[in-house]
Design a protein around this ligand. Structure first.
Ligand SMILES: NC(=O)c1ccc[n+]([C@@H]2O[C@H](COP(=O)([O-])OP(=O)(O)OC[C@H]3O[C@@H](n4cnc5c(N)ncnc54)[C@H](OP(=O)(O)O)[C@@H]3O)[C@@H](O)[C@H]2O)c1
Length: 330
């Protein structure tokens, strides 16, 4: 599709610079997400962000088969999946990827990510106060054992690129130091109220493409993922004013800003009008430098996906997961 920009990864591969998220959480069923994947391909999406923990890869696999049978070659698609936290043990990595491949009905993945850097199991849909007795902090030596198996997936041809998600600069420094195959992408929360400028600059300076999750501020996230200080990107006066002036919805302002800034947003939507608008807005006039500056100035450092369930000690707060003082919390 002519109006979809692409990012060139360090391997030379070209990744569509917008994808469809597929995490339905507890509000949207696997069937609804699977139907949206087919609909999104019809309107021009070629990039789909999946994960085993989303519990819908088998249904999405049927959609991908429909898409390819409908005439879109597999090579035009960009499919990501992710290793869940309870599968970090070296013996679990390859079988876990093979299960995603079977479910998605694919021979290979374009990107396979370690979903979180913490090897902690918690059941899907659990409350943020839930804690695992087996919870552990980030232990680099152990993470690298997982990463070695991620590298083997590339050697085996099952995966074209490997990547990280929800990591911090101190963790990435160690991973980059020790990796034989470097991460090609890093998936991180990115929206106008949470721009993570240091991490964003760091990953790009290291040849890693930033993938931005919750790009419009995750307005549909469940109550358990909301805290009183959370702000709402779609209601920000700057976003609303730009949208009114350009006659596009506030969500489209967030998506255009993301792509122009240099990240790859992966908005989730099962509403055709919305996912179509999120893509089509990229074909219209870019935001002006002035509008880009105005959006840069509304960063509230407001992290929405805090990760509380990964905490490993009593008395910790979610900030401990994000190495705010520049050191890996233990
Ligand atoms: N790596 C990670 O740890 C991680 C964490 C979180 C998310 N993710 C990925 O990122 C994806 C997106 O994140 P997200 O779902 O949290 O947040 P999001 O994409 O910012 O927000 C999705 C919500 O916005 C609504 N929406 C979409 N387009 C809209 C539009 N044009 N106008 C108004 N509302 C609109 C959707 O409702 P409708 O369906 O009605 O359009 C849905 O409720 C996930 O699906 C997942 O693939 C990854």
């Amino acid at each position: 599709m002519a109006h979809i920009p692409y990012r060139t990864l360090y391997t030379g591969a070209r990744m569509p610079a917008i994808g469809l998220g597929t995490f339905g959480s507890d509000r949207v069923t696997a069937d609804q997400v699977a139907a949206a994947v087919v609909g999104a391909a019809e309107v021009g999406y070629r990039h789909f962000d999946c994960a085993s923990v989303y519990g819908n890869e088998d249904r999405i696999g049927e959609s991908l088969r429909t898409i390819v049978r409908g005439g879109i070659p597999r090579e035009e698609l960009w499919i990501t999946s992710k290793l869940w936290n309870d599968k970090h043990a070296p013996a679990d990595v390859i079988p876990s990827c093979e299960k995603s491949l079977r479910d998605l009905q694919l021979d290979y993945l374009d990107t396979y990510l370690v979903h979180w850097p913490f090897p902690n199991f918690h059941p899907p849909h659990c409350d943020v106060t839930s804690r695992s007795p087996d919870a552990r902090p980030y232990i680099h030596e152990n993470f690298m054992k997982t990463w070695r198996q991620m590298e083997r997936l590339v050697d085996l041809g099952l995966v074209k690129h490997i990547g990280t998600s929800n990591v911090t600069i101190p963790k990435l420094r160690l991973i980059l130091r020790d990796a034989r195959i470097r991460p090609a992408v890093n998936e991180m929360e990115l929206h106008p109220h949470f721009q993570q400028p240091e991490l964003f600059d760091f990953v790009r300076a290291n040849g890693i493409e930033p993938i931005g999750y919750s790009p419009i501020g995750s307005p549909g996230r469940p109550e358990r993922d909301r805290t009183p200080g959370d702000t709402v990107d779609l209601e920000d006066p700057v976003i609303v004013e730009i949208g009114k002036r350009l006659e596009i919805p506030p969500a489209a302002v967030c998506i255009k800003w993301a792509v122009q800034r240099g990240q790859t947003p992966i908005p989730f939507s099962t509403t055709r009008r919305n996912y179509e608008s999120n893509l089509k807005c990229l074909a219209t006039e870019p935001l002006s430098a002035e509008d880009m500056r105005a959006i840069a100035a509304i960063d509230h450092n407001c992290r929405l996906i805090k990760g509380q369930v990964f905490l490993w000690r009593d008395g910790q707060s979610w900030e401990d997961l994000w190495d705010l003082n520049g050191e890996i919390a233990q």
